[in-house]
Design a protein around this ligand. Structure first.
Ligand SMILES: [Zn+2]
Length: 169
């Protein structure tokens, strides 16, 4: 049995046509123990859904940031850079535009270095690690969620406040 999932995005007044998200192959004659989605199915669905949502949200964020806060005009494109947004629902590779400084402004706009990590990806492992060893909490999260390579999720990057975040055993 195939289950086809589609996704339509409604932001503001516009709603996109439903686009195919993924197809799941499920047993059409399951036993009681295998009814419904498996953990593996759930991880795949979450990963695909997260990728689509994050990509769309980054597009909206970028479009909003294009507008000069002083004069309201759209700034020209400078270039693109690739980032990997990390969350409890896996990593999402997104292409993010950088906008040139607006001609109306003589002050340099210094964009702070962003950490492309979800707040939940920082909170949940640290919350678990407060009660069980970090290695066990990582195993637990990787068992239940589509988060891969949790230890490499840039725990040592400086946080927005400039402090170091390190969650290790
Ligand atoms: Zn301007």
């Amino acid at each position: 049995m195939k289950i086809k999932l589609s996704l339509a995005v409604c932001d503001g007044t516009d709603e996109s046509d439903a686009q195919p998200l993924l197809t799941l192959e499920l047993d059409s004659q399951p036993s009681i123990e295998t009814l419904g989605l498996s953990l593996a199915n759930g991880k795949v669905a979450l990963t695909q859904l997260q990728a689509r949502i994050v990509t769309r949200q980054v597009e909206l964020m970028s479009a909003r940031q294009r507008q000069c806060p002083a004069c309201g005009l759209d700034r020209p494109l400078k270039d693109y850079h690739d980032v990997h947004y990390k969350s409890l629902f896996d990593r999402v590779a997104v292409r993010v535009p950088r906008w040139q400084r607006c001609a109306c402004s003589v002050r340099a706009e210094i964009a702070g270095r962003r950490r492309w990590i979800s707040a939940e990806l920082e909170y949940v492992p640290s919350h678990l690690a407060a009660t069980i060893p970090y290695a066990r909490s990582s195993e637990l999260l990787e068992l239940l969620l589509p988060v891969a390579d949790l230890a490499a999720a840039a725990w040592t990057e400086p946080s927005a406040a400039g402090t170091m975040v390190r969650l290790s055993t």
